[in-house]
Ligand binder design. Structure first.
Ligand code: ADP
Ligand code: MG
Length: 348
């Protein structure tokens, strides 16, 4: 019995299996055999991605409802497939449960995973379940894309515009609320009406615990050929923009005034800190993409069609100019630094 307290491994697997609906491409053979058997659409390339969420590193179980953890574990992978311009196809899920995990938490986790898979038309076709010191959830997601149409990080060219979907900084604000480091921030904004602060708090926490991957937008940016390069903002602009630039052997200039700071973040954190978090915060799971000069009307059209803001925040420049942010006074400054590092170098 490797499963959570009072819920056996087999019981847990059965619980997930009962909730799984076949996705857009039902597997030939799903949960229950030694391996899943999948049908792939003819003439497609496969995208394969994986992401691991661990208690104490990526989330704290006490403040993360099981259902939302299940959704997020899949969402972060869906975001990666979206950033490649692909369609999510099938996934497997490996879970490690500490023996003291309440059975109800495990059931909620299963429901969150299966529900999210259903919502995005993904077939959940298998996984592994074991006992562990810390709760972890690892999803491996397979996506498909037309041959040669995957959008990499490396296709940006000097002169391309840089855009982001949605708004930035809400997830960081939500994390600060969950950590309790911002308990009084909202009450500090004296004049703000109580109800709008309450709404902002709820939205910020939802942005952090229950991010919505930009599946439709990523796919549209890929199939239309608008995006020359794309990356999802999991670690924040300050880390993910240099990643895109390095891959494209380019630099970039961001216009500080153009950054779409999330309203919730501005209300809860105040203008300046919100702007800083919109660059360093991470976990917004919006898409950052480059598009050739002249594509602006196409981006605007797509944005309108999808009802999703796509904001031009800067442009690609030659590599020697580095990555910088142009502020209101006309100074080019380095991007503020993010804070999180999995394997920080020890100070000597
Ligand atoms: P094995 O001994 O080959 O690892 P298991 O008994 O672990 O097989 O798994 C039995 C079946 O249940 C397999 O089809 C596996 O893919 C599926 N499964 C196990 N854990 C999970 C999970 N967390 N989510 C979905 N399917 C799972
Ligand atoms: Mg197994």
């Amino acid at each position: 019995m490797a499963g959570p307290a009072a819920l056996g491994e087999q019981e847990f697997i059965d619980h997930i299996a009962r909730r799984v609906k076949s996705g857009r491409w039902p597997p030939v053979l799903g949960i229950g055999d030694d391996a899943a058997v999948l049908n792939l659409p003819p003439r497609s390339q496969i995208l394969l991605t994986t992401d691991l969420l661990t208690d104490g590193v990526h989330f704290k179980r006490e403040r993360t409802p099981g259902r939302l953890l299940g959704r997020k574990a899949l969402a972060v992978n869906l975001s990666d497939i979206a950033a490649m311009g692909g369609l999510p196809h099938s996934c497997v899920v490996s879970i490690g449960f500490p023996r003291r995990t309440p059975a109800s938490y495990a059931r909620d986790l299963a429901a969150g995973l299966a529900g999210m898979a259903r919502r995005y038309g993904v077939a959940l076709v298998g996984g592994d379940t074991c006992a562990a010191r810390a709760l972890f959830v690892n999803v491996t997601l397979l996506g498909i894309v037309e041959p040669g149409r995957a959008v990499s990080r490396s296709g940006a060219r000097v002169g391309d515009g840089l855009y982001v979907t949605g708004a930035l900084g809400a997830s960081a604000a939500g994390l600060e609320l969950l950590q309790g480091s911002r308990r009084s921030a909202a009450s500090g904004r004296r004049a703000a009406a109580g109800r709008s602060v309450e709404t902002a708090r709820r939205r910020a926490i939802a942005a952090h615990l229950d991010p919505q991957p930009r599946t439709t937008a990523g796919r549209a940016l890929g199939t239309t050929g608008i995006a020359s390069a794309m990356i999802d903002l999991s670690d924040g602009l300050s880390i993910d923009l240099p990643r895109l630039c390095n891959a494209s052997r380019s630099g970039a200039v961001i216009l500080r005034a153009a950054l779409p700071v999330a309203r919730e973040a501005a209300l809860l954190l105040g203008g300046r800190p919100a702007l800083e978090r919109s660059v360093t915060g991470g976990e917004d799971y919006e898409l950052l993409f480059a598009a050739p000069p002249g594509c602006e009307p196409l981006v605007e059209g797509l944005s309108r069609r999808l009802g999703l803001p796509m904001t031009r925040i800067g442009q690609i420049v030659p590599r020697r100019e580095g990555v910088s942010m142009l502020d209101a006074e006309g100074y080019y400054r380095p991007l503020p630094k993010g804070r999180f590092e999995h394997f920080p170098r020890r100070r000597r």
